[in-house]
Design a protein around this ligand. Structure first.
Ligand code: ADP
Length: 345
């Protein structure tokens, strides 16, 4: 199973992408819909909200009056936390139930409007962002949802900016043009990356690691940050540190296009290995994982920080990287030697 997060600013085309993915066979889980479902009339969730905030949060029909609830929690952190304490576990449980119902080879798409704002990207094996220029988004919202220009702009101003979305995105879908062009991008993504990725995870296959030395891509550091964050979240408490290492972690150093990651964990075992697989990194050997993503080869080395040997080896790998970071002159003068020094064992 491949679990990916789908997001985009309001009016960018996220719902359109979710519809296309559903048609192609994805299991789409709509976080907004679940957030509404858990407080529908007759639910325990709604009863708890009323018990906490009073009957005034109900409208004449006995349904949740969102603006009224919003006024109560908007300016009060403690109350907002109290509300989240009621909603989040229920949303989480319902989401988990839907994920559990999906097939082993499924592509599960979590449709989350505020994924970037809430820093949730690392919880998924892949993040897909759909975007369009602000003016285009405003025009579409005015045309199709009857919003005013001011309202549309105000909502966009309250959302993540372009830089934050770019940093979170493994896949960037540009929806500035015709709807057909977006559909084509989604179909290409589905057949070329998502289905093979899900199949790789189902069968435990990692994609091949390239060996050809290429000039560093502009986003290499951001990619490293995304992958390490993902692995840290998947690994949980036993993980002491996760580092982007190897030639690709050295700015300016030409290197094969592969992300090397070092994980130092306390007595890493089958649980950690399984968590890494679910996060997109199939096992390739003892303490070794690769990437299931055809668009992003990776190598993950897991060392035991509780053993002296493991901790020492981890430190040596990090030290070699840091020496290269401190000496850009040497990186430029003798790239081949630096590549050898920082290479993963
Ligand atoms: P979001 O879910 O990101 O807020 P939607 O997918 O609902 O955005 O798109 C906003 C509106 O713009 C919808 O009415 C949709 O049909 C329309 N739309 C989306 N993409 C295009 C496009 N490429 N060309 C024209 N209209 C579009």
């Amino acid at each position: 199973m491949l679990r990916l997060g789908l997001t985009g600013g309001i009016g960018a085309g996220k719902s359109t992408v979710a519809e296309t993915l559903t048609e192609l066979g994805a299991v789409v889980i709509d976080s907004d819909r679940i957030a509404r479902e858990v407080v529908e009339p007759g639910t325990e969730g709604l009863a708890e909200v009323v018990a906490a905030f009073g009957e005034d949060v109900l409208d004449a029909d006995g349904a949740l009056d969102r603006p009224a609830l919003g006024r109560i929690v908007f300016a009060d952190d403690a109350k907002r936390q109290q509300l989240n304490g009621i909603l989040h576990p229920r949303i989480g449980a319902r989401t988990a139930e839907m994920v559990a119902g999906a097939d082993d080879d499924a592509v599960v798409v979590h449709d989350i409007p505020l994924l970037v704002e809430n820093g949730m990207g690392a919880a998924f094996a892949l993040v897909v962002v759909v975007d369009a220029p602000v003016d285009v988004r405003v025009a579409r919202l005015v045309e199709t949802r009857g919003m005013t220009v001011e309202d549309a702009r105000a909502r966009m101003a309250a959302q993540a900016d372009d830089g934050a979305r770019r940093a979170a995105a493994d896949v960037w879908l540009e929806n500035a043009g015709a709807a057909g062009a977006l559909r084509e991008q989604v179909e290409r993504l589905w057949h070329g990356r998502l289905v093979p990725f899900a199949t790789n995870l189902e069968h435990g296959n990692a994609v091949p690691v390239p060996t050809e030395v290429v000039p560093p891509a502009d986003d290499r550091e951001l990619v490293g940050r995304r992958l390490t964050a993902r692995i840290a979240v998947a690994g949980g408490e036993t993980v002491r540190r996760v580092e982007h290492v190897g030639p690709g972690a050295v700015p300016g150093l030409p290197a094969p296009d592969v992300v090397d990651v070092l994980v130092e964990a306390d007595r890493p075992g089958d649980d950690l290995a399984a968590a890494l697989v679910a996060a997109g990194f199939p096992r390739t050997g003892a303490g070794r994982h690769g990437s299931g993503d055809p668009g992003r080869p990776a190598r993950v080395l897991v060392l035991d920080g509780k053993s002296r040997r493991g901790a020492k080896q981890a430190q040596a790998i990090v030290d070699a990287r840091d020496r290269a970071l401190r000496d850009p002159g040497r990186v430029a003068a003798d790239p081949a030697a630096v590549r050898t020094e920082v290479a993963l064992p």
